[in-house]
Write a protein that binds this ligand. Structure first.
Ligand SMILES: [Zn+2]
Length: 387
């Protein structure tokens, strides 16, 4: 009897919550949310009814933008959309009270400027979050901006509340792709673009099991990407780490082993200049940016020089141990694919396609898994104590 009573109370509570919502949603339903991640701003579009108005408020510690929509209603009681780019971490919508939907943008930077506007046909609310005027990264990269445009999975359900924790975003960059095969194996014709994608996917698979890490690939398929687009993606996602994965090729057939690079204006380490020259080739001579831009790109990555150096050493060490490969050391040179990355960034050469036995090894899944494990161990050791 008591159970039935509790059930009835529960049911009437549910009805109490549900009835006003279903009535309101007929007219003022808040629809789909889409968002665009640009280098220098993020744009969020929220479908609203033509009658809906809004009130905006900036909130601090942590930085958020609050927009109340009225009259408005949600089908579900709340929604949360993970954005995870430079400016916006997530978008939360909930039915604050009858007819009022609260939209909260959790921001990743505190010194942003925001603007909110309504457009008709289609009737949408536009929220734009811009970086500070002196945002060096954005100033350089926006010239050839190609945004990442995404749409929420609709209707999305809010994940269960969890403890606040730092999430590290890692962007893995499988070298080459599409029309650019990279190095080609001398004995079996294994293409660098294939083996780098396989290894990157394996690294991503292993990292997805790690709490506190979010991982993205610059490409998931055999697709051509320009060198600067790769770091642009990492910058747009507000990544904490950028790892470009490559396979080596040398004039000497017996050259073998693994080596890890970070960017520097002048080369350091045996053969570093040759590797950089080969890896910079996809840029094409017509696309070389002018000297002024190169200096600024170098400055951006230079701010992370010591972190990149540390990361290169931890990854190189674990990679050598896990694969039992020859240790060619950590070197530095000017790599276009690392310049302009506003985060610690390294380039890993996982083995020589010009060496017949290493090419054979790289064809084997279990060997590629060892390489991936080595990279993962290096990343985890770099973040030691922080994950
Ligand atoms: Zn390469």
């Amino acid at each position: 009897m008591r159970k039935l009573g509790a059930l009835l109370v529960g049911l009437s509570l549910l009805l109490f919550l549900f009835v006003p919502l279903t009535q309101a949603q007929i007219q003022y339903e808040v629809g789909k949310v889409t968002y665009e991640s640009h280098s220098d701003y993020t744009r969020v579009f929220i479908e609203v009814s033509p009658e809906t108005g809004y009130v905006v408020k900036d909130l601090h510690h942590p930085p958020r933008l609050l927009v109340n929509l009225y009259p408005a209603s949600l089908i579900s009681l709340s929604r949360e959309i993970k954005v995870g780019d430079r400016f916006v971490e997530s978008i939360r919508l909930d039915q604050e009270s009858k007819g009022v939907v609260r939209v909260v943008l959790d921001l990743n930077l505190s010194n942003v400027t925001s603007s909110v506007d309504l457009s008709s046909d289609p009737s949408r609310l536009l929220i734009e979050i811009r970086g500070p005027e002196e945002d060096l990264v954005a100033a350089i990269l926006k010239e050839k901006d190609s945004p990442i445009i995404r749409e929420e999975e609709f209707p999305s359900t809010a994940p269960p509340p969890k403890k606040e924790k730092t999430i590290y975003t890692i962007v893995l960059d499988p070298g080459h792709g599409g029309k650019d095969p990279g190095a080609i194996g001398r004995s079996t014709g294994l293409k660098e673009k294939e083996v780098t994608l396989q290894v990157a996917k394996e690294v991503a698979r292993l990292l997805r099991n790690e709490a506190g890490i979010r991982v993205y690939l610059t490409r998931n398929t055999d697709q051509y990407l320009s060198l600067d687009r790769r770091t642009e993606i990492a910058n747009q996602l507000g990544a904490d780490m950028f790892i470009s994965i490559h396979a080596n090729s040398g004039y000497r057939r017996h050259a073998k082993g693994v080596e890890t690079f970070f960017n520097s204006r002048y080369s350091y380490g045996e053969g570093a200049e040759e590797v950089a020259a080969r890896e910079n080739k996809p840029l094409g001579s017509e696309n070389i940016p002018d000297e002024a831009k190169l200096i600024i790109w170098d400055l951006i990555q230079n701010a992370y020089r010591s972190e990149s150096n540390d990361l290169a050493h931890t990854v190189q060490k674990e990679l050598v141990q896990t694969t039992d490969g020859e240790d060619r050391g950590v070197k530095s040179a000017g790599f276009y694919v690392l310049r302009g990355a506003a985060m610690p960034a390294i380039l890993v050469e996982i083995g020589f396609l010009s060496n017949a036995s290493e090419e054979t090894m790289l064809r084997k899944k279990d060997f590629r898994e060892k390489i991936a494990l080595g990279i993962v161990k290096g990343i985890k050791r770099y973040y030691q104590g922080k994950l």
